[in-house]
Write a protein that binds this ligand. Structure first.
Ligand SMILES: C[S@@+](CC[C@H](N)C(=O)[O-])C[C@H]1O[C@@H](n2cnc3c(N)ncnc32)[C@H](O)[C@@H]1O
Length: 282
């Protein structure tokens, strides 16, 4: 029997087969808030010039290598930005999210772009397929003990030389929500010291190329400091490299302050992204 023809296709409603308890809880939570989340967050990049600038930088590096995945895409605003700004330069953006309702929102809001349901712990992708992964605020729901598995999975699907851009909230205290925008949910949000994530990424085989920290944009987003790590899978490797020595790979390369603080980067995107602040809570 030739097993390669035996693949099981799950409908999205039962795509959670084999998921952990926390993945189910995260999926249920985002299924519950997906419509409201999309209404509040989908246009957020208009008010986040630093995010647009770092996405442009990431796109210029990753786009030429292969498809770029918006992982934990929510309503798909990152995939949409990358497509709108970089598709004409050859970038192929698509999105994956754990929550089927988020995937439905992403498809509704971005006709013509591809969005699939899946978990970053077990991606339905071949080895070494992607030029880049943008994970914006999606590792914030992944418990620390499962992050090594998630980062190994991201490393697996990236091409040698491929890029990972991870964004997350900086902080020392995690949060548990039982209610979100007036709806009952159950979900944990993890806050990190960037060094903690860098350590796990290097253990998974990545090199840390850039670290950026910015203050929150008032009236645009939840008032937490934001970290952006640009990491790379080494160009010549067939297995995860050992962890870096202490201090290695921690160089800080910063954008000019005018960009990091949200001034002067308005020209980075098309006019749709140059308007003023949007109100959001992400
Ligand atoms: C805070 S939202 C961020 C959404 C979007 N990236 C943004 O920046 O607005 C977190 C998203 O990550 C997704 N997510 C959480 N854990 C995931 C996992 N293990 N695999 C894939 N997506 C996941 C959630 O379903 C949710 O849509």
């Amino acid at each position: 029997m030739d097993w390669q023809f035996w693949t099981v296709q799950y409908p999205e409603q039962v795509a959670g087969a084999g998921m952990s308890e926390w993945e189910r809880a995260v999926q249920r939570t985002y299924d519950t808030v997906a419509v409201e989340y999309a209404a509040r967050i989908f246009d957020e990049l208009a008010g986040k010039p630093f995010d647009r600038a770092i996405l442009d930088r990431f796109a210029a590096l990753a786009g030429p290598l292969g498809p770029v995945c918006d992982l934990g895409c929510g309503p798909g605003q990152v995939a949409r930005y990358l497509h709108d700004r970089w598709h004409e330069h050859g970038l192929d953006a698509f999105g994956i999210d754990l929550s089927p309702a988020m995937v439905a929102e992403a498809r509704r809001l971005n006709p013509g772009l591809r969005f699939e349901q899946g978990s970053m712990l077990a991606l339905d992708l071949e080895d070494e397929q992607l030029g880049g992964i943008a994970a914006f605020y999606s590792i914030v729901n992944v418990p620390r003990e499962d992050q090594p598995r998630a980062f190994a999975e991201l490393w697996r699907v990236l091409k040698p030389g491929g890029w990972l851009l991870a964004a997350f909230h900086v902080g020392t205290e995690d949060a548990h929500l039982e209610e979100w925008w007036g709806t009952a949910v159950s979900v944990d949000f993890y806050f990190f010291d960037p060094t903690e994530i860098e350590t796990r990424l290097t253990a998974a085989g990545f090199t840390i190329e850039e670290r950026h920290i910015r203050e929150p944009y008032p009236e645009v987003e939840h008032p937490s400091r934001r970290a952006y790590l640009l990491a790379r899978k080494p160009t010549e490797t067939s297995s995860p490299r050992p962890p870096l020595r202490a201090g290695e790979g921690e160089q800080m390369i910063r954008f000019p302050l005018s960009i990091a603080m949200g001034r002067g980067a308005g020209g980075a995107g098309p006019s749709h992204y140059r308007s003023g602040a949007q109100s959001s809570e992400e």
